[in-house]
Design a protein around this ligand. Structure first.
Ligand SMILES: *Cc1c(COP(=O)(O)O)cnc(C)c1O
Length: 231
């Protein structure tokens, strides 16, 4: 199937599941994950209606930025502090804030650019050693820290990457835990905390994620096919 057909199919499933979850079709934002993809492929996706794309490496954003049509860029991968300066004026949302050091750097660079940066906190409810992200207790501390000390950051919600399971139903509990945290922290009253995005769900688990409350899914393989990292 073509990129366009894949996107149409995912949008259909996404809207069906959203309705099934008792929410309005269109409630869930599809972010096309474009890592390893060429500018041509990305532009094909944009022509097919994609408004938001996600990259997990700073270098790929820089390489493709001028070649890709008008679109919102999301930084979804682990972000090193020394690379924040390269993307601060290019991305509209950083999904992967997982340390105070990184928040401080984003705040500093946003201030220098005269902007406010929208971010999500990357949480790790399953406490997996191999994944970046922080625990529930640390999440609360980080939110408080950012609200107190990072005046150029707006907190827009949470992001997570579920552990990979052959059967996506096995990560349902994980998504449910993150949704619980999302609901809890969304009640914090602060002008720079406006929860809007719960970023969870990828190609193989986005249906379960939406059922459990996700409103932003990050989908690569199901749109563009399997990735080849050797190119
Ligand atoms: C690669 C990636 C995705 C997309 O994964 P697919 O399985 O290709 O849909 C989503 N989120 C993050 C953080 C990623 O790095």
């Amino acid at each position: 199937m073509s990129i366009k057909e894949n996107i149409e199919q995912i949008n259909t499933i996404k809207d069906e599941v959203t309705l099934k979850a008792g929410r309005k079709a269109g409630d869930v934002l599809l972010v096309a994950v474009t890592k390893t993809r060429t500018a041509e492929e990305i532009n094909e996706a944009i022509d097919a209606g994609i408004t938001d794309i996600g990259e997990n490496k700073v270098q790929e954003i820089l390489d493709k930025y001028d070649l890709v049509k008008d679109v919102r860029w999301h930084m979804i991968g682990h972000l090193q502090t020394n690379k924040v300066k390269y993307i601060i004026d290019k991305v509209s949302l950083i999904h992967s804030v997982d340390s105070i050091k990184l928040a401080d750097e984003i705040d500093k660079r946003a201030a220098q650019n005269g902007i406010h940066m929208d971010i999500l906190i990357q949480v790790n409810a399953a406490q997996e050693e191999s994944k970046f992200g922080i625990s529930t207790e640390e999440t609360e501390q980080m939110i408080r820290y950012i609200l107190n000390s990072c005046p150029h950051i707006n907190i827009k919600g949470l992001m997570c990457i579920a552990p990979f399971e052959d059967n996506p139903d096995d990560v349902r509990i994980f998504f449910a835990q993150v949704k619980e945290q999302y609901d809890r922290f969304s009640t914090i009253q602060h002008e720079r905390l406006n929860f809007k995005y719960l970023s969870m769900g990828m190609s193989h688990d986005f249906e379960v994620a939406i059922m459990e409350g996700s409103n932003l899914i990050r989908v690569g393989t199901a749109i563009f096919g399997e990735r080849n990292y050797n190119i």
